[in-house]
Write a protein that binds this ligand. Structure first.
Ligand code: RP5
Length: 151
């Protein structure tokens, strides 16, 4: 994520991965304040054994796109809700990538962070049967938890 201030949103991605038993790490890597850290992180990600990158940032949210420009791993972008523009700035910064450098962009805020975790797990489950079963169980539990009655 681009800042420690993004953790309140991005922790939902981490918690989702935790619930599914997916190994992960969480780092602050700013495209603007720590460009060298971003370069090192993106360039070394695949070699360190990472399989998917979830990049959350707000405002002029260049982190996901810049990460995607430096790794062939799938990059999932989470637009963090900004104070000034409610995350519309983050969303548009992340989603409007030029053809050739994809970022899979999720919803603004908590829902996007949760879904980034789920989508990362789905990608990993393509080659991990046990994870696929955990993901299916997670979805079944979610369905069972939805009451039909509103009261
Ligand atoms: C972005 O600027 C970060 O991703 C964060 O969402 C936003 C504000 O950062 P702070 O000023 O709170 O560190 O780079």
């Amino acid at each position: 994520m681009g800042s420690r201030s993004d953790w309140e949103t991005m922790r939902h991605a981490a918690e989702t991965l935790e619930a599914l038993g997916v190994a992960h790490e969480a780092k602050v890597v700013s495209a603007h304040r720590t460009p060298d850290r971003l370069y090192d992180y993106a360039k070394s990600a695949a070699g360190r054994g990472l399989k998917v990158v979830i990049a959350g940032a707000g405002g002029a949210a260049h982190l996901p796109g810049m990460a995607a420009s430096m790794t062939a791993l799938p990059v999932l972008g989470v637009p963090v809700e900004s104070k000034a523009l409610k995350g519309m700035d983050s969303l548009l910064s992340i989603v409007q990538m030029p053809g050739g450098v994809p970022v899979g962009t999720l919803a603004i805020g908590k829902a996007g962070a949760i879904n980034a975790g789920l989508l990362a797990a789905s990608i990993l489950a393509l080659s991990d049967e046990a994870l696929g079963e955990r993901l299916a169980a997670w979805r079944t539990a979610q369905t069972a938890a939805v009451d039909e009655s509103p009261e």
